[in-house]
Design a binder for this molecule. Structure first.
Ligand code: AOF
Ligand code: ZN
Length: 373
């Protein structure tokens, strides 16, 4: 007989289950749970259901019950602290205690102030052994947007670009469609799909008239769409309004009443948040998006909005696709006038860390994170 699995291996099973909920739980975190008896046999398992539905622990308890297993005296492995609050569902702690679970191994505390620490306290008060820590890094990583929203009160901002190997996103005549190939574009949709919302600028809408929805991968949910549109120039007949089952949130610097009405008639929500320069206050916009329960914000915009977000220190992660093409001379310097808003000293450059480098068909994908995030 194979040796019993270790705590870490059980937590790993729970984490794999949580990953299967990647696209569906938003705005809730992706959580997995397995329940195991004293001999290491798995009695039940489950993961977080779409919002309003049961949490991972309740799914695992139901799974065990459906299999006819008693969980009295068993251990629950769960990738997040079991909740102690009455939200859209009842507290998981109480369900675990009532079912007779004797030990809980949780990867990490829930950063939600309604829960944080209270779940563990409640379990311990009921005599349940609690251990915290195995799989903490992976669990936080999978829920990086949820942690960001709960702790920083802003979404996790991931900025996607696609460029030639020499970093050009457009030809000098303005034609830039499809620098990368199909596999990279499909991967881009997978990243859109896991985000709560996609962010773009009105310039991109006017130039490309994109839908900015998820089409290339199966998804149970479309991310919402956010447009930075200082003067409300979004055309009311733009294709973004043709996508069902998602909201369109426009952020403007002033409210032009006729334009705002026309866009609201198309279903958009118009919010005015101006900074001293008469532009959209991007930092305030991110706070507003967190209040709308945006965990991960996926940015696909032009160089102006990208540059503003970068300069204001609002980007956490870069998703860069590089095609094996060479468009420019490769000799441009950052200080040349066409390098919009670029720095003239390297000392001011934003330090990044490469997290991964992968190939998608002919192209490369680099995930880089702003140092310290
Ligand atoms: C758990 N297990 O699988 C998840 C948890 O509105 P509700 O009732 O769905 O509660 C949402 C909160 O519950 C969410 O903000 C987070 O703190 C926690 N998520 N907790 O015990 C789970 N997904
Ligand atoms: Zn819960």
């Amino acid at each position: 007989m194979a040796p019993p699995l270790s705590d870490l291996q059980h937590v790993d099973c729970a984490r794999r289950l949580s990953t299967s909920a990647l696209l569906s739980t938003d705005p809730n975190p992706r959580v997995g749970c397995v329940i195991v008896d004293a001999l290491g046999r798995r009695l039940g398992s489950g993961c977080t259901q779409p919002v309003g539905g049961p949490h991972a622990e309740v799914m695992a308890l139901r799974d065990a019950a459906a299999e006819g297993h008693s969980v009295v005296g068993a251990t629950a492995y769960v990738t997040l602290e079991p909740c102690a609050h009455h939200g859209r569902t009842g507290p998981c702690c109480d369900a675990l205690i009532a079912a007779g679970i004797r030990r809980v191994v949780a990867s990490i505390a829930d950063p939600n102030p309604l829960v944080s620490g209270q779940g563990f306290d409640r379990l311990r008060a009921a005599g349940v052994d609690v251990e915290v820590g195995p799989g903490a890094v992976e669990s936080r990583e999978l829920n990086i947007g949820f942690f960001s929203r709960m702790v920083r009160k802003t979404p996790w901002v991931r900025l996607k670009t696609a460029a030639s190997l020499d970093g050009k996103t457009a030809l000098s005549n303005g034609v830039s469609q499809w620098i990368t190939g199909e596999p990279a574009r499909t991967d881009g949709h997978a990243w859109r799909a896991r985000a709560s919302a996609v962010l773009t600028g009105v310039g991109t809408l006017m130039e490309d008239d994109p839908r900015l929805d998820v089409r290339r991968v199966e998804t149970p949910r479309q991310p919402h769409l956010v447009v930075v549109d200082s003067r409300l120039q979004t055309p009311p007949d733009a294709k973004i309004f043709d996508v069902p089952h998602r909201q369109v949130w426009l952020y403007a610097a002033t409210r032009d009443e006729p334009r705002a009405r026309a866009l609201e008639a198309r279903g958009a929500t118009v919010t005015v948040l101006a900074n001293a320069d008469g532009k959209v206050d991007l930092a305030a916009m991110l706070q507003d998006l967190a209040a709308r329960e945006v965990n991960e914000l996926h940015v696909e915009a032009g160089h102006k909005l990208n540059g503003s977000l970068m300069r204001e220190g609002l980007v956490d992660e870069l998703l860069v696709y590089l095609a094996p093409k060479f468009i420019g001379s490769g000799l441009e310097m950052a200080s040349q006038p066409n390098a919009g808003g670029a720095l003239t000293t390297l000392a001011g450059a934003l330090p990044l860390e490469f997290r991964s480098v992968d190939r998608f068909g002919p192209d490369l994908r680099i995930v880089a994170r702003v140092a310290g995030r």
